[in-house]
Write a protein that binds this ligand. Structure first.
Ligand code: CP
Ligand code: NVA
Length: 307
C-alpha cells in the first residue's frame, strides 16, 4: 500500500523519529539519497501562495535526483473544471509523488484515495505537517532532544499550525501548552487525538487563555499569524480579538532563559510577535525555514521506500 502524508499522525512516533534522524543526515550530506534519480518528476500543486514551501520542495526534489513540476492550480484544469479524483488519475501515471497546498483538507483525502503515488500535504486549512517535521528538526538541533520538552504555542489555536503542533509534538513525547482567546481554542476532536497519542508517548497537552501560563518554564515558544490564508476578510476583527496574545519580550522573559522562539513564517511584526523577539537572539526562524528543505527531503526519501 502506498503511504501518504496528509496529517501529522499518518506516521507513527517511531517513523517520525526516523524521518528526523534522516533529515539530520541529509543536512550533513545533501546528495546522499537519490530516490528520484532517472530523473523522476514530482508534481507540486499550489492553490495558495507560498515562498518557503515552493522553494524547499523544488530544491529538495532536485537534490533527490528528480525534476519538480510546479503547477499553479489557477492555470490548470483542476478545481471547477476537473475533479480531484480525475486529476490524481492523470498525475499518478507520470509523477513519483504529488505535493499539494490547498484549502479544504478533504481535497487531499480525495487525491490520496485516487493516487497510486504518495500524496503529501504541503498545507491545508487543517494541517501543516511538513512544517512540523522541520520544526521538530530545528528543536532537536537546538535542544538535543524532543521528548520531555515543553512547547508553548500562543495565538490562533484553531488553525492548521495549532493542529499540527498538537499532534506532531504529542507523537514526539513533548508537553504542549497552548494559549488562545476562547473562541480560537483548538478543535476538541484534535485535542482528544493528541491527548491519546501523548498518553502513549509520555507527552501532555494543556490549554488555557493565559499566554503567561502557557509560556512558564517553556523550552520553545511558538507563534503563527492571526490571519491564515483564506481568512483575509476577517483581518480587522481578528486583530482586535487577538489583543494580548502578542509574543513580546515581556512574555518571552517568562519562558526558560534558554528558550528558543519559532515561527513558520511569513510573520507580521507587531501582531503575533514583536520585532525584537522575531529578530532577537532567541529566535531560530531562519534555521527553521532552511530545515523545511532537509525535513521534506527525508520525508520524500522515506515515502519512496514504503509500499
Ligand atoms: N511556512 C510556510 O509554509 O511558508 P510559505 O507559505 O512561504 O510556503
Ligand atoms: N497558518 C498559516 C500558516 C502559513 C504558512 C496559514 O495557513 O496561512
Amino acid at each position: 500500500m502506498v503511504r501518504h502524508f496528509l496529517k501529522d499522525d499518518d506516521i507513527s512516533s517511531a517513523e517520525q523519529a526516523e524521518i528526523i534522524r534522516r533529515a539530520l543526515e541529509l543536512k550533513k550530506s545533501p546528495y546522499s539519497a537519490r530516490p528520484y534519480a532517472g530523473p523522476k518528476t514530482v508534481a507540486l500543486i499550489f492553490d495558495k501562495t507560498s515562498t518557503r514551501t515552493r522553494v524547499s520542495f523544488a530544491v529538495g526534489v532536485a537534490d533527490l535526483g528528480g525534476v519538480p513540476l510546479i503547477i499553479d492550480s489557477q492555470t490548470s484544469q483542476m478545481g471547477g473544471k476537473e475533479s480531484v479524483a480525475d486529476t490524481a488519475r492523470v498525475l499518478d501515471r507520470q509523477v513519483a509523488a504529488i505535493v499539494w497546498r490547498t484549502y479544504a483538507h478533504s481535497g487531499l483525502e480525495e487525491m490520496a484515495a485516487n493516487s497510486n503515488v504518495p500524496v503529501i500535504n504541503s498545507l491545508s486549512d487543517d494541517y501543516h505537517p511538513c512544517q512540523l517535521l522541520a520544526d521538530l528538526l530545528t528543536i532537536h538541533e537546538h535542544k538535543g532532544k524532543l521528548a520531555g520538552l515543553k512547547v508553548a504555542y500562543v495565538g490562533d489555536a484553531a488553525n492548521n499550525m495549532a493542529n499540527s503542533y498538537l499532534i506532531a509534538c504529542a507523537l514526539a513525547g513533548m508537553n504542549v501548552a497552548m494559549a488562545s482567546p476562547a473562541q480560537f481554542s483548538p478543535d476538541p476532536t484534535v485535542v482528544e487525538r493528541a491527548k491519546s497519542i501523548a498518553a502513549a508517548t509520555g507527552g501532555s497537552i494543556s490549554l488555557s487563555q493565559q499566554p503567561a501560563e502557557a509560556v512558564a518554564n517553556a523550552d520553545v515558544v511558538v507563534a503563527d499569524t492571526w490571519i491564515s490564508m483564506g481568512q483575509e476578510a476577517e483581518k480587522a476583527k481578528r486583530i482586535q480579538e487577538f489583543a494580548g496574545f502578542t509574543v513580546d519580550a515581556a512574555l518571552m522573559s517568562q519562558a526558560n532563559a534558554d528558550a528558543i522562539f519559532m515561527h513558520c513564517l511569513p510573520a507580521y511584526r507587531g501582531y503575533e510577535v514583536s520585532a525584537d523577539v522575531l529578530d532577537g537572539p532567541q529566535s531560530v526562524i531562519w534555521d527553521e525555514a532552511e530545515n523545511r528543505l532537509h525535513a521534506q527531503k527525508a520525508l520524500m526519501a522515506w515515502l519512496a521506500e514504503q509500499g
